[in-house]
Design a protein around this ligand. Structure first.
Ligand SMILES: NC(=O)c1ccc[n+]([C@@H]2O[C@H](COP(=O)([O-])OP(=O)(O)OC[C@H]3O[C@@H](n4cnc5c(N)ncnc54)[C@H](OP(=O)(O)O)[C@@H]3O)[C@@H](O)[C@H]2O)c1
Length: 291
């Protein structure tokens, strides 16, 4: 293993990438941030990352981006091209002599059992390509991210005392994306994964529904905050905001699986990997109240 890892981070300008890059820089790694447009990575460059322009759908740009990289963090958004593009990235990594890959995969319940989620099946396909590559790797399967499922929480708490919930009020063991970034940094810079390492299934420390989130917010604020189900119209409006019909279909599959309690399973993987507990829902709600 190279002493001075040169880590190519895909998805660097996105939700998780922006959390991961500073963590890797803080630990002394050389970080190369991949973006399709350099301007989007300006703040990462200011933090000390090398910015490389490339597109996972363009093999020639990948050869340039991977040149000299020893590690790869592999992440890209949900799209019909997810599997093809990430498998091309694994091939480019192999050609460039990359020694370790950490792949941000789908939530465990989207992947197993197969056939229930378009994006989960795509991630399973990529995981298989990774195993076949012979490159040391670690797969991360994070549960739903608090920053995504509760993206509206701060706004709703600022606007009033009502939180809007999915109709079935499912319990979700949501994970703070900062914990995923901490685990990813460890997987990239810690001990080399062994060929037998199974995917790390990452969740928050407990599963809560929106009634519990409202109780936590009430206790922290001294207000009487309640949770109400989203109306059918609001649900339809949110579905219409998806960036494509494909993504809308994927989201509908997630909602159906989460509605049956699939995302409520809790693991202790974050604590086992990091040696400290996962960030709590109470801390997340407190931040939302203070925002
Ligand atoms: N949200 C959840 O609850 C959850 C749970 C489990 C797993 N996941 C997984 O997390 C991943 C999404 O992570 P995220 O939300 O951090 O991603 P994101 O913010 O949606 O996007 C990450 C970045 O990908 C880059 N990108 C898009 N297309 C590209 C291409 N063709 N070539 C190169 N770069 C490209 C974009 O950067 P530029 O525009 O700068 O090029 C974008 O900023 C998905 O694979 C999803 O399955 C999410």
């Amino acid at each position: 293993m190279s002493r001075n890892p040169r880590i190519l981070v895909t998805g660097a300008t996105g939700r998780l990438g922006r959390l991961l890059v500073p963590r890797l820089l803080a630990r002394g790694a050389h970080v190369r941030a991949l973006t399709r447009e350099a301007g989007r990575a300006a703040s990462l460059a200011a933090d000390g990352a090398e910015v490389v322009v490339g597109d996972l759908g363009d093999g020639a740009s990948l050869r340039h981006a991977f040149h000299g990289a020893s590690h790869l963090f592999l992440l890209s958004p949900i799209s019909p091209e997810l599997a093809a593009e990430q498998i091309a990235a694994i091939a480019a990594a192999k050609a460039a002599g990359v020694q370790r890959i950490v792949k941000l995969s789908g939530s465990h319940w989207t992947i197993e059992p197969p056939g229930r989620s378009l994006s989960g099946d795509a991630h399973a396909h990529i995981e298989a390509a990774l195993r076949a590559s012979g490159i040391a790797h670690q797969v991360l399967r994070p549960n739903a991210w608090l920053q995504v499922t509760l993206a509206r929480l701060a706004g709703e708490l600022a606007a009033g005392d009502v939180l809007h919930a999915p109709p079935a009020f499912p319990k979700v063991a949501g994970i703070d994306a900062r914990d995923i970034a901490d685990v990813a940094a460890h997987a990239l810079l810690g001990p080399e994964p062994s060929a037998t390492d199974s995917p790390w299934v990452l969740t928050g420390a407990r599963a809560v529904d929106h009634h519990e989130i409202a109780r936590i917010a009430s206790a922290l604020s001294g207000r009487r905050i309640v949770a109400e189900p989203l109306s059918r119209e609001a649900l339809a409006q949110r579905a219409a905001q998806a960036e494509s019909p494909y993504v809308a279909q994927v989201h509908a599959q997630f909602a159906a699986l989460i509605g049956t309690g699939e995302a409520a399973t809790v693991t202790d993987t974050v604590e086992r990997v990091l040696g400290r507990p996962a960030r709590t829902i109470e801390a997340f709600v407190a931040e939302a109240l203070a925002a």
